[in-house]
Design a protein around this ligand. Structure first.
Ligand SMILES: *[C@@H]1O[C@H](CO)[C@@H](O)[C@H](O)[C@H]1NC(C)=O
Ligand SMILES: *[C@@H]1O[C@H](CO)[C@@H](O)[C@H](O)[C@H]1NC(C)=O
Length: 350
């Protein structure tokens, strides 16, 4: 028994020592972002809430998932692209002193089908204005060429006009993480946004090494959280022998995993190096789990039901909406305006 306790002590000390050592040795051109666990546990709740299909509850921030660390959030705009089955919101979190932008993951097929498709995604688009930077066309257009981008940019502008210069925090899970990355880059490159930070959960690779370098330089304050054996961050695959041709993650990964010692299990949050492809982080294991993809920090990241592009909306909230000819719509309101459909009414109608 004594020996076991001693062994745990040694392993634990090594673990702490080696992660400290790594931290100091990192040799990188840009300053690496600091990982903030508290912030991660807050942002993951936003990434979870954006999956809610009851738009009344989401717009008025009264959904079950809206009641924890994100309480008091003020949604300014909710964008629903029916055509492409995408959903995102922008709002103000006064406790974070920030505009928070969150993107939902894919809802198109079953998660299995979507993951299988990810194996075959090509690097088939030159990122505009960045020589040699290639990305996946589908991920790029999901943000850039749908109703999403316009809605987001409009709401960010409104929030800034009303509240002054807040920080911008962009988050998303899975495919939503890919969109969050493109959104942050867009804000920095095309809209001169300052203090933009990104935290994504279980996002796939979205571009090549040249793209990752541009990205890291322009949006240095980015954390990509990966959970244990989550399969999605391993996709599209990284081909070690074809550095010019392969997808490549941008930094900085934080890898969550469990360290089991008999009946004791420690949750470790490993802050990875500045390469984007730290071989000692998620790359050190096989990505073979969909379960690990759907829950981060104990928070569920998925719809209540798959295959649902279905939405639910209360007519009183519908009056805040604008619909285009394809059925896509945006619910929006001026910052600091109360929505008329108050909590009691919403509950009564549910
Ligand atoms: C981490 O984030 C939380 C929430 O935004 C903040 O209150 C705290 O000060 C941050 N910690 C550090 C060390 O920056
Ligand atoms: C975006 O959509 C327009 C019109 O549908 C199309 O002409 C254009 O090529 C698209 N851009 C990209 C990058 O796919």
């Amino acid at each position: 028994m004594e020996q076991k306790a001693w062994l745990i002590f040694v392993i634990f000390t090594c673990l702490i020592a080696s992660s400290c050592g790594r931290e100091l040795k990192v040799d990188h051109k840009h300053k690496l972002p600091v990982y903030n666990h508290t912030l991660a546990t807050i942002l993951v709740e936003y990434a979870s809430a954006v999956y809610i299909s009851d738009l009344t509850e989401l717009f008025t921030w009264t959904c079950e998932r809206c009641n924890g660390l994100t309480k008091g959030f003020e949604v300014i705009e909710l964008v629903v692209d029916i055509e492409n089955c995408l959903q995102a919101f922008v709002g103000v979190a006064k406790d974070l002193n920030a505009v928070v932008i969150a993107f939902r993951g894919t809802q198109e097929h079953s998660i299995q089908n979507w993951v299988e498709d990810l194996f075959w995604k090509q690097l088939d688009l030159n990122y505009p204005g960045m020589p040699d930077a290639m990305v996946h066309h589908g991920f790029y257009t999901a943000y850039h060429n749908t109703t999403i981008r316009h809605g987001i940019l409009h709401a960010v502008k409104e929030a800034k006009e009303f509240y002054g210069d807040l920080d911008i925090m962009v988050t998303g899970h899975s495919m939503g993480g890919a969109m969050a990355s493109f959104c942050a880059l867009d804000l920095v490159v095309n809209h001169e946004a300052k203090s933009v930070q990104v935290m994504t959960f279980g996002q796939p690779r979205i571009g090549n090494a040249a793209f990752a370098s541009f990205y890291a330089k322009l949006v240095p304050n980015t954390i990509r959280v990966t959970n244990d054996h989550d399969i999605v961050p391993h996709l599209p695959p990284y081909y070690y022998y074809f550095p010019q041709k392969t997808y490549h993650h941008f930094p900085r990964e934080v890898w969550l995993y469990s360290l089991g010692l008999g009946s004791l299990v420690y949750r470790v949050e490993k802050v990875c190096d500045g390469s984007g492809e730290d071989p000692t982080c998620s790359r050190s294991v096989t990505g073979n789990s969909i379960m690990d993809h759907l829950n981060y920090y104990g928070v569920d990241l998925m719809c209540q039901e798959w295959r649902s592009c279905r939405i639910v909306m209360d007519p009183r909230v519908a009056e805040y909406g604008k619909t285009d000819h394809k059925g896509n719509f945006i619910l929006s309101r001026a910052p600091a305006m109360r929505v008329r459909s108050n909590e009691g009414e919403v509950k009564a109608s549910a």
